[in-house]
Ligand binder design. Structure first.
Ligand code: BTX
Length: 329
């Protein structure tokens, strides 16, 4: 397995250069016929490899299957995804990411899985993550911002996901404060931000992204069918999960770098472009009470702004919101 990965790394370094069988066998410390056998196996797994007798080998394309190598290949980022961990099946990528972060994994490390067996949402809610149908990914960040600003990263991530869907599909995404991506009012993606911090310093933030891509209607669990959807259901198209991961990581890196330089205003502006139900009446549930008010957007710091019946504007940092259709149900 590790020889195979080294071989792919060598070939992936430069897709336009042929590497001779001799060179590969020397670098890897295996015979030329073993090199040839590896090539045949790679082809079986969906790698397209060109072999020319007087030049050597080169990789033409990677399979759509996810692996550390296939994700690395063609990823146009400078720091995000510099380290990639991929699992076929795991309880939750968040758990792995926490472990890695505690062991010192660098800023920009990403953890991905084809399937999560106990994926989770906020407040320990369940997050369905069926095999090969969506993006189940955690990003480790070590931002030099004050801990109380970390929720802004959730809003930033939501705008990134919305932008990627807007630019690359035929459907129109909306963001439900703070962290749901909706298409036709149904949830397509969710974000879970977790943080390890002291009073005035963040050790790390883990951003968990769950995005439904290729589920059919029948693939979506009954319990959530009335409120969940996938890109495929809404656009009648299948999408390459690998390509979507690339798009998200590239857009995220840009947005994050710009956020560190320019602060939150740009994120706020973008967020409000996608904000669901701005100007409309919503139901708000906080730890203390439940009331109805007009959703008036987000504040300069990302808090939820609602206008109460008496005209007073309230700023909320943590709440659940619903609109009336849901409240009546
Ligand atoms: P949330 O608490 O906002 O949403 C969870 C709720 O969403 C559930 O109670 C359920 O009603 C609904 N739901 C569950 N699964 C799905 C789904 N696949 N599609 C749409 N709706 C669903 C949102 O939490 C945050 C989700 C983060 C998931 C990522 S995946 C990678 C990482 N690993 C991990 O365990 N969690 C994160």
């Amino acid at each position: 397995e590790s020889t195979r990965n080294k071989l792919i790394d060598l070939l992936a370094k430069d897709k336009d250069t042929y590497i001779s069988g001799q060179m590969l066998s020397e670098h890897l410390g295996i015979s030329r016929s073993a090199v040839w056998k590896h090539m045949k196996n790679l082809e079986k797994d969906g790698y397209q490899i060109e072999g020319k007798s007087n030049k050597g080998y080169r990789i033409i394309s990677f399979p759509d299957k996810l692996s550390e190598n296939t994700i690395k290949w063609g990823l146009n980022t400078s720091w995000l995804g510099s380290k990639i961990i991929h699992k076929e099946s795991t309880p939750s990528t968040q758990v792995i990411a926490h472990q890695l972060a505690q062991e010192g994994s660098p800023h920009g490390t990403i953890v991905l899985a084809d399937e999560q067996t106990s994926g989770r949402g906020r407040l320990n809610r369940e997050w369905f993550s069926s095999k090969g149908k969506g993006i189940w990914m955690s990003i480790i960040l070590r931002p030099e911002i004050l801990p109380y600003l970390a929720p802004q990263l959730t809003l930033l991530t939501a705008t990134v996901l919305a932008e990627v869907v807007q630019k690359n599909t035929t459907v129109t995404p909306m963001i439900k404060w703070p962290n749901d991506i909706l298409i036709n009012k149904k949830k397509t993606a969710g974000i879970l931000t977790e943080m390890q911090a002291e009073q005035d310093q963040i050790q790390y933030v883990i951003i968990g992204i769950g995005m439904n891509i290729n589920q059919t209607k029948e693939d979506i669990p009954i319990e959530i069918q009335s409120k969940a959807t996938s890109l495929r259901v809404e656009s009648s198209e299948k999408h390459s999960i690998k390509q979507f991961i690339h798009l998200i990581l590239e857009e995220f890196e840009k947005a994050y770098d710009s956020y560190l330089i320019n602060g939150f205003p740009e994120v706020k502006k973008k967020w409000e472009r996608y904000g669901f139900k701005i100007g409309e009446s919503i139901s708000i549930t906080t730890l203390r009470d439940q009331f109805q008010a007009i959703f008036s957007g987000i504040a300069e710091d990302g808090a939820l702004l609602v206008k109460q019946k008496d005209g007073e504007i309230k700023k909320l940092y943590s709440a659940e919101i619903e609109w009336f259709k849901d409240v009546e149900e």
